[in-house]
Design a protein. Structure first.
Length: 301
């Protein structure tokens, strides 16, 4: 029986996932699926640190820039699209690579989701009113009190996810984290996950450098072009919200840049918390030969 494998490269922002994925794809002659909840959007480029044109040309990448910020997109849709692409790839090859830092998307591919309760419109209206009147901090605090486990994992600046979790909590009367991932679904592949690590200080240094580079590449102008659509769920994210606050006079330019760095560091810390719980084998991005040796032992030809 021919086995199909899915190499999973996970880790926090700035751990070196994209470059390693390309290196491994070239080595194993396979293709890459992105597991990044922001890189899926066509209009988001500089602020989401998409793979470079050279990387995209070197290896076929999937699930990057395939939807508009104006379209509805979530982990459930991502799960279906990723599995459809993998089904097609496995007709041509026995190996594929899934890479990204969105734990929810990775879990969607590996394990699937449970069915959540129907949400009352009244609950949704109440939460949206809370957001409008008291800001995202009120939602963050409510989630922290009702489900501290999910609060530690979620991007707390993504108000769409905050509202979704609180909707489920109020409708079901149970923590969102308790309802998720109860039953693993059968998949037509064998996952081979690895976790990229680095000293926290090194990760933070890379994040600061990356944000400075994004600013040089024109992140402010990109955010300005998206400002008219700032109410969209797809734009409730780090790297753009801070610029929107600047455009509204709430932050100076220097403060906006500092906030992007701070919020990205905070997000990396939550990613780290999420992935360390998996118990996946840990490597540094520069240990490519060691990683290949490990993968070769896990992938049975």
């Amino acid at each position: 029986m021919i086995r199909k494998y899915l190499i999973v490269i996970a880790g926090p922002t700035a751990a070196g996932k994209s470059k390693l994925a390309v290196d491994l794809a070239l080595h194993y002659r396979c293709e890459i699926l992105s597991a990044d909840s922001r890189q899926v959007y066509r209009e988001l480029n500089i602020g989401v640190d998409k793979p470079t044109p050279r990387q995209m040309a070197a290896v076929p990448h999937h699930l990057i820039g395939q939807v508009s910020i104006h379209e509805t997109y979530n982990a459930g849709i991502y799960e279906k699209e990723a599995l459809r692409i993998l089904e097609e790839l496995y007709t041509r090859m026995d190996l594929a690579i899934l890479v990204g830092g969105t734990g929810l998307y990775i879990n969607a591919v590996l394990e699937g989701f449970d069915v959540f309760p129907e949400i009352s419109p009244g609950i949704s209206l109440r939460l949206k009113k809370t957001l409008e009147e008291n800001g995202p901090e009120a939602l963050q605090e409510e989630l922290k009190q009702k489900d501290p486990e999910y609060y530690a994992r979620v991007d707390i600046h993504n108000t769409h996810r905050l509202i979704r979790a609180l909707e489920v909590i109020e409708s079901a009367g149970l923590p969102y984290s308790q309802l998720r991932q109860k039953r693993k679904k059968t998949r037509p592949f064998i996952p081979v996950p690895i976790l990229l690590t680095a000293e926290r200080s090194r990760i933070y240094q890379r994040i600061n450098q990356r944000v400075d580079e994004m600013v040089k590449l024109g992140l402010k102008d990109e955010a300005l072009s998206l400002y008219p659509f700032r109410h969209l769920n797809s734009l409730q994210t780090v790297g753009y919200q801070e610029w929107f606050d600047h455009f509204e006079g709430k932050l100076t330019e220097a403060e906006a840049i500092d906030k992007i760095k701070q919020h990205t560091r905070n997000y990396a810390k939550r990613q780290w918390t999420w992935f360390r719980r998996t118990g996946w084998p840990e490597f540094r991005a520069e240990e490519s030969s060691k990683i290949i040796a490990y993968l070769d032992t896990m992938i049975k030809k």
